[in-house]
Design a binder for this molecule. Structure first.
Ligand SMILES: Cc1ncc(COP(=O)(O)O)c(C=O)c1O
Length: 409
């Protein structure tokens, strides 16, 4: 009896230490000004929304680039899919969670990506983890993953995971969009028979696009496989919005594309890997985020499928987005802000210190404009910024209201 109560007391003490550590960590975030206060929206995503406790705002921070998240056709397609298939799959793909609609959306994704085949995941985070870690695992002791330093966190973590699973694999990071450094990393890893180069199509914090023409040429020259995560490029870049590969005239020539269904393609959720049929087969056979996690649910797939159909049938939204981006950038420049040129829908406005970016975003919110300020540790110290994201959903009056707020700022 005495021994049991001593054990319980000891366990309680250990748990108390953990709960204390949780509180201390949260306190540290607050003290460093890095604590995130989540804002609650009371209306669907669109050019405008309503924030609890704030009121109506122009939204300049969503990834709903084509304004499809609340498009009537997309919403109806989600409802119809849910009515037809129910709430969810109740299973992972390889047990009894593969439905007709999975094959249908995967064919659409392959067509959109210019690849033989595609497979879906519940997020692009999972898709990146799936393809990168699986390839690093099957490559035996000769695989090296080479990644741009500003790649998305899911790519960074996927490489870490791959290295953890296959201890013989290696990784290297090249300076952002620095082709000399990428070539140096390819030369350094010459002994490795399998090299994988991974890049974002559009870099989410900078809004710049990968130098895909040169990366592609280097991969060919050094016999490396190329994976492009075009989460922010699809629906935005390229003459018909097929993404960064299309922008460079490389559509259909990239070894492997990954992307999200949670941004321009309906804004719901989901991700994909698109590539040759054999790589897709391998993903279905071996990729752990698909084998051990439920399949893409019907409503989410229905929404994305309709969004892809809309994008493929007419480019009006892509063109409107481009016009809006140009208008906003020119307007910001006229006001004296440094708005970087480029084909993406993301315009960062560098303000320097984190506190300055946070204060600017607060002030803009008071003025009815929702823009997020990003500081350390999301971006390096000294280059904190406001990240302006434009959508085809914006009309001139939204952009003018936003510019007016920036003027007051
Ligand atoms: C480049 C990139 N890849 C992957 C993701 C993750 O996408 P998802 O929300 O589908 O997991 C994001 C989202 O922020 C992203 O920007």
């Amino acid at each position: 009896m005495h021994e049991r109560s001593t054990t319980i007391a000891w366990m309680e003490m250990v748990m108390a230490t953990f709960w204390h550590a949780v509180d201390k960590d949260l306190e540290a975030l607050r003290a460093a000004g890095q604590y995130k206060h989540l804002k609650t929206l009371r209306q669907p995503m669109g050019a405008e929304s309503e924030i609890e406790g704030v009121g109506k705002v122009v939204v300049l921070c969503s990834n709903d680039y084509l304004g499809l998240a609340n498009h009537p056709e997309v919403v109806s397609a989600a409802i119809d899919a849910q009515k037809r298939w129910g709430a969810g799959t109740g299973s992972v793909r390889f047990i009894c969670g593969t439905f007709d609609y999975h094959h249908a959306i995967e064919r659409q994704i392959a067509e959109l990506s210019g690849t033989e085949a595609a497979t879906s995941y519940v997020s692009c985070w999972n898709a990146n983890e799936a393809v990168i870690a699986t390839l690093m695992t099957i490559g035996g002791d000769g695989v090296t993953a080479i990644s741009d330093e500003l790649n998305h966190a899911s790519i960074i973590d996927a490489i870490r995971l791959g290295r953890q699973i296959n201890k013989a694999s290696k990784s290297a990071v090249y300076k952002h969009s620095n082709m000399e450094d990428l070539e140096a990393k390819l030369k350094d890893s010459a002994a490795a028979p399998c090299r994988i180069v991974i890049t974002d199509g559009v870099f989410s914090m900078e809004g710049d696009i990968a130098k895909l023409d040169r990366i592609h040429a280097l991969c060919l020259a050094y016999g490396a496989m190329l994976i492009v995560d075009d989460s922010h490029g699809v629906g935005v870049c390229g003459p018909t919005g097929k993404g960064v590969a299309e922008h460079y005239g490389l559509f259909g020539r990239i070894d492997c594309m990954t992307g999200t269904l949670g941004k321009a393609l309906g804004g719901a959720a989901g991700g994909y890997v698109a590539s040759r049929a054999n790589l897709i087969d391998l993903m279905v056979q071996k990729s752990r985020p698909q084998i051990f996690s439920n399949a893409l649910p019907p409503g989410t797939a229905g929404a994305a499928s309709k969004a892809i159909e809309i994008l493929m049938r007419d480019t009006t939204r892509v063109e409107k987005l481009r016009t809006n981006v140009r208008y906003m950038r020119e307007g910001l420049k006229k006001l004296g802000f440094e708005a970087v040129e480029g084909p993406s829908a993301i315009t960062p406005i560098i303000l320097g210190q984190t506190s300055k970016a946070i204060a600017a975003s607060k002030r803009l919110l008071e003025l009815g404009v929702f823009v997020i300020g990003f500081g350390y540790p999301v971006v390096p110290e000294g280059v904190a910024r406001l990240r302006v994201q434009i959508s085809a959903a914006h009309e001139r009056e939204h952009l003018d209201r936003a510019l007016d707020a920036f003027k007051k700022l």
